[in-house]
Write a protein that binds this ligand. Sequence first.
Ligand SMILES: *Cc1c(COP(=O)(O)O)cnc(C)c1O
Length: 249
Amino acid sequence: MQVAYNGGMISIADRIEQVQARVALAAQRVDRSAESITIVAVSKTHSADAIRAAYAAGLRHFGENRSGEFEQKQAKLADLDGLQWHFIGHLQTRQSLPVAQHADQFHAVDRVKIARRLQRQLDQFGRNLPAYLEVNLSGETSKYGFACDQWETDTRQREHLLSAVATIADLPRIEMRGLMTMAPWGAADGVIRTVFRRTARLRDWLQEERPDLNWNALSMGMTDDFELAIEEGATHLRIGRAIFGERET
Ligand SMILES: *Cc1c(COP(=O)(O)O)cnc(C)c1O
């Protein structure tokens, strides 16, 4: 399958190869193994056929951010063995059912309420859901996630986060895996790097506060900043445009 790129056409398989090479190079720069980094191909707005092409090229992790779109695509692609669905965007409580039923990982626990809701629905399906707390380090009000823009100095932010963690830890079907964050839009590399670095430190702090939970995962880095994210410790990259081309919508 071909996608438009810089006025020309290039196959999804070629683009995946380019992304994998860039991931390997960035990992090498900081002495990390590329195997410790999972590429989540963000397929939102793209067709089931585009996902099949990426799957044929070897990718197994796909990310969606709209509940209805996710539900349709997972039904169309149920024949693909080993495909893992990551739900990566803000989830409204009334739209949580498809995520409880079909998602393999949920990157956007941005409030306690959505975790409680998913817990009840997961119980019905007898499923567990690996989950990441979404944290907002940039302070942008347009972003979701627990407010952590001042976490190093603001005791209340830390207490609020720990109290949410305590509640979520009591929901047996929500399996804590780590943190997810988004870099500020259009910021300079240095600013983005700082957000990623502070997120990694927040993870280290949570690891000390709640060593009973799993904080290994750091979901951060997208098309424009995934190399910085790798250098700062990302374990899961959420990459859309670099794999599937520009989105129509
Ligand atoms: C769309 C989206 C991405 C991927 O963005 P690209 O810039 O296309 O790589 C990553 N994370 C989230 C939460 C998204 O909504």
